[in-house]
Design a protein around this ligand. Structure first.
Ligand SMILES: Cc1cc2nc3c(=O)[nH]c(=O)nc-3n(C[C@H](O)[C@H](O)[C@H](O)COP(=O)(O)O)c2cc1C
Length: 317
């Protein structure tokens, strides 16, 4: 997908995870996205604005009253430039300020002035995150349509273990790309197949191929980003399941055929990116096939041709 020409305004606040904003900026910049960073005064205690300036290729804004640049009311121009406004990491403080309409620095003021979708990736100590005040602020902001990338659970920099760790940067990047994408497939149901099939010979051996599933997963992710409801029928792959996509794991070509035929009536579009095995062993041995000194041959039978079957069904319907 092409994101060049899009602008993300990125607010960085004063948490220990501020350094992870550098990775995020670098990733977004590589996709051709314009990134305008606003750092709070406290964020500058954790990361030098210079780092984010170099990574974004743009001047980082930290001070609302700095007059050392061509004149414009910068909080308004930044607020208008944003296609998405993300705050990563988001402190308890900025969530509270935005929930209550406080505008006492460049970031909180620009947030109030934007009409762009606003996305928060909170990070803080578990007790802070679970505090009713913070939870109520999050509920208020969600009700107003703000997007959230939930923090993860784990070992926190403060030494505690629990929820409050900044979500994975890849996950935050994906949520931002999602928010930037036009929802031109809204209302469509897309079924995608991905990965290899495995055709078992005995309980420990199978015939398969080198398909990674990456293409099918990328197609499914794009369709989801464009607003489609997506079903992904996947052979065995080493890829993470996709958030917000109905995942149907299958093993053999016959399993895949059955899953595709079940999904077909609800599908507006079927994209077959799986590498379905053309043949399977004619017989399945219940016990592991023993090794012999002689050569061995395996008789194969033809697997169903799912694509041809879908084509025929379409002609009949
Ligand atoms: C070492 C250190 C780490 C901190 N980490 C966090 C954090 O992860 N999340 C958070 O909400 N506040 C954290 N704080 C507290 C914030 O910096 C503080 O609430 C500050 O007022 C936030 O200001 P800002 O939202 O304008 O950046 C931390 C403070 C210190 C000294």
């Amino acid at each position: 997908m092409n994101f060049s020409g899009k602008t993300v305004v990125l607010g960085v606040t004063g948490g220990i995870a501020a350094y992870k904003a550098c990775d995020l900026v670098s990733r977004l910049h590589k996709k051709g996205i314009q990134i305008r960073v606003i750092m709070t005064e406290h964020a500058c205690e954790f990361v030098q604005p210079l780092t984010l300036e170099v990574l974004s290729g743009n001047r980082v804004v930290t001070d609302m009253f700095n007059r050392d640049f061509p004149w414009e009311v910068e909080h308004i121009s930044l607020a208008k430039a944003a296609d998405v406004f993300a705050v990563v990491p988001a402190t308890a403080n900025i969530l509270g300020k935005y929930a209550h309409g406080v505008a006492d620095d460049m970031l909180s003021t620009t947030l109030l002035a934007t009409r762009a979708p606003v996305l928060f990736a909170p990070a803080m100590n578990t007790a802070m995150y679970e505090h009713p005040a913070v939870q109520e602020n999050i509920t208020t902001l969600k009700r107003r349509g703000c997007l959230f990338v939930e923090p993860a659970s784990g070992h926190l920099a403060c030494g505690d273990t629990g929820k409050g760790k900044l979500a994975d940067v890849e996950k935050i990047e994906q949520a931002i790309l999602d928010a930037l994408t036009e929802k031109d497939m809204q209302g469509m149901h897309v079924t995608v197949t991905a990965g290899p099939t495995r055709e078992a010979m005995d309980p420990v051996r199978f015939l398969s191929n080198h398909s990674t599933g990456k293409m099918g997963y990328a197609i499914a992710r794009s369709a989801k980003m464009r607003g489609a409801e997506v079903t992904l029928i996947s052979g065995p792959v080493a890829l993470e399941p996709l958030d917000g996509v109905r995942m149907i794991p299958v093993t053999s070509a016959c399993d895949m055929r059955e899953a595709v035929m079940q999904a077909l009536p609800q599908s507006d579009l079927v994209i077959k990116a799986a590498a379905v095995g053309d043949y399977r062993p004619a017989t399945f041995q219940d016990d592991k096939i023993k090794k012999h000194d002689d050569d061995m041959s395996v008789s194969l039978v033809r697997n169903p041709d799912i694509l041809a079957e879908i084509g025929e069904k379409r002609r009949d319907d």
